[in-house]
Design a protein around this ligand. Structure first.
Ligand code: COA
Length: 189
């Protein structure tokens, strides 16, 4: 578990599905993700599988609904998730970073705060050598976040991949930005 000024970052629990459903069922939220909008049942399954996957971190508010949570900090509302997974081969010590926030909680710096905590943890505690992230150039909030975090744009791949298809089943090819940061560049000055 990691703690920041306003957030707790923790493993998923199976009971997190309702908070997950609040944002993963939203087409706008998953627009640039390699999956479509989730159903309630898919969120139940996702909460269970994420609870067993160390690379998924739940982003939770310390406070629920503006009131200080009197029970436990980890009981605060789940407002998004971070994906932080080691790439192959393991000897390269490279990790991929990904993130999704509930739209109700965007625009308040929560993604920045939680990614900074994960990066600090990775670089200082896990011997991470390089953190990389990819995003669609049309996803401006995503690459702006990466630049706020201090990652460097290292590439722009043209018609590099597709996640979705058009009505006729043709791939919708998309460009990709690659961003990265090395351990020796952390912390950002
Ligand atoms: C990508 C994503 C997580 C970015 O979320 P975000 O809300 O823009 O990022 P943050 O939470 O860091 O908030 C930053 C914004 O809050 C503002 N802000 C307010 N208070 C702040 C604070 N205390 N600290 C930092 N920023 C603050 C910043 O100025 C910035 O606003 P701006 O974009 O108008 O300049 C979000 O757009 C998202 O979940 N998208 C859908 C999923 C997705 O596409 N994921 C990426 C796939 S590659």
């Amino acid at each position: 578990m990691l703690e920041t000024d306003r957030l707790i970052l923790r493993r998923f629990h199976k009971d997190d599905w309702q908070d997950l459903y609040e944002y993963l069922s939203d087409e706008a939220v998953v627009r640039y993700e390699p999956y479509g909008a989730f159903t309630e049942e898919e969120c139940k399954q996702a909460a269970i599988s994420r609870a067993n996957q160390e690379f998924f971190w739940a982003i939770c508010l310390k406070e629920r609904g503006g009131e200080v949570d009197p029970i436990a900090q980890a009981a605060g509302k789940l407002i998004g998730n971070i994906y932080f997974q080691q790439q192959n081969p393991p000897d390269f010590m490279c990790w991929s970073l990904g993130y999704v926030l509930n739209p109700r909680y965007q625009g308040q710096g929560y993604a920045t705060e939680s990614c900074q905590a994960i990066m600090e943890h990775g670089f200082t505690k896990m011997h991470v050598r390089r953190i990389a992230a990819m995003c669609n150039p049309e996803n401006t909030p995503s690459w702006r976040l990466l630049e706020r975090l201090g990652l460097r744009r290292e590439g722009h791949f043209i018609k590099h991949k597709f996640f979705k298809r058009d009505a006729k089943g043709n791939p919708l090819w998309t460009d990709t930005y690659l961003y990265a940061m090395l351990a020796e560049e952390w912390p950002v000055k």
